[in-house]
Design a protein around this ligand. Sequence first.
Ligand code: AHR
Length: 498
Amino acid sequence: MIKTVLTVNPQNEIGTIAPEIYGHFSEHLGRCIYEGIFVGKDSDIPNTNGIRNDVVEALKAVKLPVLRWPGGCFADEYHWRDGIGPLENRRRMVNTNWGGTVEDNSFGTHEFLDLCEQIGCEPYISVNVGSGTVQEAAEWIEYMTASGESTLAKLRESNGRKEPWRVKYVGIGNESWGCGGSMEPLYYASEYKKFQQFCKDYSGNRLYKIACGPNADDYNWTRELLSHINKWHAKAISLHYYTVPNDWEHKGSATDFDEKEYYVTLKKTRYMEEIIDRHLAIMDELDKEHDISLIVDEWGTWYDVEPGTNPGFLYQQNTMRDAIVASINLNIFNSRCTRIAMANIAQVVNVLQAMLLTEGAKIVKTPTYEVFDMYKEHQGARLVESSIFNTETGIDGVSIPALSQSVSVKEQDGVKILTLTVSNASLNEDAELEITLPEGTAFDGEAQISVLTGDMRDCNTFEEPDRVKQARRTESWSGKTQKLSVPACGVVSVSCAI
Ligand code: AHR
């Protein structure tokens, strides 16, 4: 049993946790868009304008704040004009990045922005730099956001949408150091500056422009990029880092792994902390006023695909290990909320560390989904100071901190609510926390407690969709100290008035 103390100081507010830290990513990859999100109007699966109702409902329930689209690597071969207008006229193309499937472009700009409206989230559009033109990017923005007499606004209207959409987030190039064009940082910086210049604000829309930042620990990219762009060019730069248990050739199974691989995975996920801090240190040097934020717009686990599935589709199961990965990463992002403006787990349905898995009309919420649900009260709340007397856990020379936490406060109906999320990575020791508030503060009400736990390999399947589920309970909490148990391989969230 790990017995430890968690000290919380709700008076020391560190910053606001952008809801967008709980953002998601959807790409034309495998069964993410087609089948996972979009089934077409004529499908027997209940849908609204072709978009699955069950998926929208599940994503609304976790308050999904922002959705990135159309890629990923796909974004740099996507030409938006292929995906507008009558279906029968839409261009069919080969999705060269992901399995060589035929992309019929039946899910395009209108369908994506409809999806965002149905969910109630901000769209985040990734424009094509690698194989696109400045004109194409500029016109896409105009098509989506301009009103009035613009020819593109009229074209949009003729395609069924009179009112312009509000599109805030625009990413200019995806992985421009890799699948987005294998560019050198200096070359990309000039391309970026040119592209962003022509992505304009129309009709009251205000773009938030995001430059392609580094791959994982490529600190040179960040340094070079930020030596050549400034706050007038970009509001943020992006970072991609995936948790791969072994190496890219043999990543490891999503469900069939031993304890050592479990701890190695978590150690690799904790590397996110170092990567972010080192990029932020460079950003601090080159952007002293902190005008440019960091956006982790691809993160999550990446395993070998499920046996028998198309290797280009990146379909993987999701276990309690993924729940701990999600919890650790979200705590890392929360704790750096003054510098991290957004994060987008990859990907939302049927790809990599997915929130939802679908098979025909069936849908499964993964353990990762449960964690996003348990953390949703942090969205828009103020991070407060907290510290835990941590202990190490692990096996055979692989050692990681056992516990990870974040604590935030927000007002609800005039009452201050404290939300606390903790995960315990240890596989054999439960943790008992003594939560301590400072003098003059006290818990005062019904604490809403959710617990997610199980064997490290437990997952939800179409046969057994509710194997990993939150257990919810309420307890009356008062006074300045409270005890909280966090089971081994478990995540706990608590919300209570103070
Ligand atoms: O999420 C899958 C792929 O990973 C994305 O398309 C790409 O940006 C990254 O390499």
